[in-house]
Design a protein around this ligand. Structure first.
Ligand code: URP
Ligand code: ZN
Ligand code: ZN
Ligand code: ZN
Length: 458
């Protein structure tokens, strides 16, 4: 079995921080300690580097059919880009087609990801049509390691389920020890506002934002938490963006309910002033939309208060040509933006280096908490003996600039063009293999494995 010794790095996990050595044997970590007295096949000198667990992005949409097109990163290009940014595991969404089975959707997604992914991946199952036959499939999915079930409270006619289906799904998922997650926005209200704006000839990307005001998210978040509380299921709100929605979660904690919360890097760093009067704002047409500076402050505080456990991306890239499908009507712009590659460097530079969160919080929200909530801990999400050797070596001082010219995502623009960051991910290991080093990819198509998941372990 090949061995690799990583010497003298500052090894940081969610609950430890020490300069030491890590011995990797095969795919896993064999020893951790100061000045380990071993000879390995290979040695990496990590002096001056910070070493954190491989990042986990629990919210990505790769090669996904959506709004008349497909998101532009495949499982190959998307997971490769993820590795360049220190994300070694991504959880992608399988979408059930309304009127069809979960199994059919899973088979379709397996067909796209198996043998093509470069980084490790897992699947959430999005239940878009809960009925007596879907109900029977829940236990089968759990048995295959797909323990989280996504719901959409918006996108009526395509993905949305109603409250009756929500109750039934939660009851069934609870029976099998799984987790229900939600895109928690009020779909009927949003559709009404979209129709009103279109009827009034208000068609620029800015009206995408104005069609999804804070109340649409706060209302649905509260409703989701209430139904989850009634059914007793483990619950998680994806891409939470705003103060009103987080206050609903705060309210739930007052009855000692636990609702996990994910925000995404863009909601911490970008705001709605990017939606101007021209089409440029289409770069950030996503749902929910970017919010206000006061919401960014609420989200950073929410992380430090422990109300927000996870920072993901909702990576759902579209080429500019695809965005142009909505050149004359914001409601036809494919929703989503590219971020899988820069989540960790953005969070490190703007969060840790700017003093908004600690280094250990960074590890928690970029990796450990996702591993625990989604049933992969301690195989993933930490640096400990026996864990997968998924390791990220960061040069904390190195400056670099984000650009579509140099990124690895299959998309021809960046939402962060020209941003200068401090802190560069230099080397990434995935299951013991150097996957990325000094900007070069070292593992190939098909190296990524499907990760079977268990119950919540948080
Ligand atoms: O705009 C977004 N978020 N696109 C992807 C689908 C979703 O709602 O997560
Ligand atoms: Zn079918
Ligand atoms: Zn969503
Ligand atoms: Zn999403």
């Amino acid at each position: 079995m090949a061995s690799l010794l990583i010497k003298n790095g500052r090894v940081v996990t969610a609950d430890s921080d020490a300069v030491c050595d890590i011995l990797v044997e095969g795919e896993t970590i064999a020893a951790i300690g100061k000045n380990l007295p071993v000879q390995a096949d290979e040695t990496i000198d990590a002096t001056g580097k910070i070493i954190v667990p491989g990042g986990i992005d629990p919210h990505v949409h790769l090669d996904m059919p959506f709004m008349g097109t497909f998101s532009s990163d495949t499982h190959e290009t998307g997971t490769r880009a993820a590795l360049h940014g220190g994300t070694t595991t991504a959880i992608d969404f399988v979408l059930q087609k309304q009127g069809h089975s979960l199994r059919e959707a899973l088979t379709e997604w397996q067909g796209r990801a198996t043998g093509t992914a470069v980084g490790d991946y897992s699947f959430h199952m999005a239940v878009t049509d809960f009925n007596p036959s879907t109900k029977e499939e829940i236990k089968d999915m759990v048995a295959e390691g797909i323990t989280s079930f996504k719901t959409f409270m918006a996108y009526k006619g395509a993905l949305m389920i109603d409250d009756a289906q929500m109750v039934g799904l939660m009851q069934e998922v609870r029976r099998h020890g799984g987790l229900v997650t939600a895109h928690a926005t009020n779909g009927d209200m949003i559709d009404t506002l979209i129709a009103q704006h279109r009827a009034a000839g208000k068609l620029t990307p800015r009206y995408h934002y104005l069609s999804q005001p804070e109340v649409t998210e706060a209302e649905a978040s509260g409703r989701f938490a209430d139904i989850a509380n009634y059914t007793g299921v483990n619950s998680y709100i994806v891409h939470l963006t705003c103060e009103g929605a987080l206050n609903q979660v705060r309210r739930a904690t007052e009855r000692n309910q636990r609702v996990f919360v994910e925000t995404c890097i863009q909601y911490l760093l970008l705001d709605a002033s990017l939606y101007g009067d021209d089409f440029e704002g289409a770069k950030w047409v996503m749902s929910p939309p970017l919010r206000e500076p006061k919401d960014q402050q609420t989200l950073w505080a929410g992380i430090n208060q422990g109300l927000v456990q996870v920072v993901g991306t909702d990576h759902c890239p579209f080429m500019w040509e695809q965005k142009r499908m909505g050149a004359d009507d914001f409601s036809k712009i494919p929703n989503g933006h590219p971020a899988i590659e820069h989540r960790m460097e953005l969070l490190f530079s703007e969060g840790v280096n700017k003093g908004r969160i600690s280094l250990q919080k960074f590890v928690e929200v970029s990796s450990t908490n996702s591993a625990k909530i989604f049933g992969m801990f301690p195989r993933k999400g930490t640096i400990s003996i026996g864990a997968d050797a998924d390791l990220v070596l960061i040069d904390p001082e190195k400056k670099h600039t984000i650009s579509a010219e140099t990124h690895h995502m299959n998309v021809d623009y960046s939402g962060y063009e020209g941003w200068e960051l401090t802190g560069k991910i230099e080397t990434v290991l995935l299951r013991g293999q150097v996957a990325v080093d000094a900007g070069e990819t070292k593992v190939g198509r098909g190296y990524g494995q499907f990760i079977k998941r268990g119950p919540v372990n948080y």
